[in-house]
Write a protein that binds this ligand. Structure first.
Ligand code: SAM
Length: 375
């Protein structure tokens, strides 16, 4: 995200970590020499000035001029500020966990930006912080990335609030295990194509979990297939085919359109499986599902399939309607792609999207909220 902030047209989005500091203190210290502006457009055009914009949708979020390296500040070193894209702040804020929600489970947590955001919100909402009795349970399957999660949570002073399940596969957690009896809300931000990330817009890229998931028809990158693909691409004069491991926990495959469809199919099956698993937690009443993907296959289509599932119907899960969303996100104007919503569940108006390169200075993102009544 920090590298992204340096791209033209993008500010440095800074979340003020309310576990350590507050917005007013940061305006008086880290941003003391910044001039406040009332329009995001002024900040995203780098002109050498130090400008700051207080975001109207997400509390404790500011956009600063991209020409300033905030990683050199004391506030960054101490965890008082966290560099996090605005869209990446949508899921925890939309989930809006409160004191009545029990524990909150972050199912795919590393590197931990949303985990520490959840911890800050939960702590702020608690009526008596001296007797804080809730936890953010953060689960991360990949051991290397789990190490980063551990560091980030400590740096953000969220370690008293977070219980980390390092190396834990979310799908292997038994929702009926007594340890998860009090989980009232889940945040699900699974591996995705990463196609909304700034700088990944010139070629289609697909991001797969590192190891295959049981029962998931995930295409393998075996030698014969790779060779075949390269031959096809040479014949058709298409993009170079290559595989990379990225810093977001998975494999990026760059390929042609039929492959894109195949990979999106595998990814969306995996994402749906995780969402249906989240629906099974007996005390859960709220879930957010998010991706940094631009593709409806990973977004509106997954939401539609999830709502039509047996488990959703049996447990009464519904989409969180726009009118019931938290202030700020209710007013966010960019909603779902109507053409990709083939049911009457009000999905298009309920889900939240953002698009890179639309002048708002955010990455491409998708988030949907789910709720259910007591059953
Ligand atoms: N929520 C994170 C944040 O905001 O910092 C980013 C999450 S990243 C998009 C997805 C993460 O899910 C990766 O770290 C990946 O290793 C993890 N993951 C994938 N499959 C998982 C599973 N079955 N159980 C737990 N974690 C999983």
């Amino acid at each position: 995200v920090d590298a992204q902030a340096q791209q033209a047209g993008y500010p440095r989005w800074v979340r003020i970590n309310t576990l350590v500091t507050c917005l007013e203190d940061q305006l008086d210290t880290t941003f003391a020499h910044f001039e406040r502006v009332l329009n995001i457009k002024a900040v995203i055009v780098p002109n050498g000035e130090k400008l700051i914009y207080i975001d109207p949708h997400i509390p404790n979020l500011v956009a600063a001029s991209p020409n300033v390296d905030l990683t050199k500040t004391e506030a960054y070193a101490s965890g008082a500020i966290i560099l996090q894209d605005k869209a990446s702040c949508f899921p925890a804020y939309l989930l809006d966990p409160g004191s009545e929600d029990g524990d909150v489970l972050d199912a795919c947590a590393a590197p931990g930006n949303k985990t520490t955001h959840l911890a800050a919100i939960l702590y702020q909402h608690h009526p008596d912080p001296m007797h804080f009795d809730q936890a953010v349970i953060a689960c991360e399957k990949d051991r290397t990335r789990a190490g980063t999660l551990d560091k980030m949570v400590k740096k953000a002073a969220a370690d008293q609030i977070c219980k980390l399940l390092l190396g834990q596969d979310f799908l292997k957690i038994d929702p009926n295990d007594p340890r998860y009896r009090n989980v009232g809300a889940l945040l699900l931000d699974p591996s995705c194509s990463g196609s909304g990330i700034v700088g990944r817009d010139c070629i289609p890229t697909i991001h797969l979990p590192r190891d295959s998931i049981e029962g998931n028809p995930q295409p393998k990158l075996d030698g014969s297939k790779k060779r075949k693909r390269e031959t096809n691409e040479e014949e058709e004069g298409q993009q170079e085919s290559r595989a990379l491991v990225d810093d977001d926990g998975g494999m990026i495959l760059v390929g042609s359109d039929p492959e894109l469809e195949e990979r999106l199919g595998a990814l969306s099956s995996f994402q749906l499986m995780l969402l249906l698993h989240a629906f099974k937690f007996p005390s859960a009443k709220k879930i957010t599902y998010s991706t940094c993907s631009i593709y409806a296959e990973e977004n509106e289509k997954v939401v539609g399939r999830a709502l039509q599932s047996h488990v959703a119907r049996a447990r009464g899960w519904k989409i969180l309607a726009r009118k019931d969303q938290v202030r700020g996100l209710r007013e966010w104007p960019i909603r779902g792609e109507l053409a990709s919503c083939d049911s009457n569940e009000g999905i298009a108006d309920a889900v939240i999207r953002s698009y890179k390169d639309d002048g708002r200075g955010v990455m491409g993102f998708f988030v949907a909220g789910f709720v259910r009544d007591d059953k």
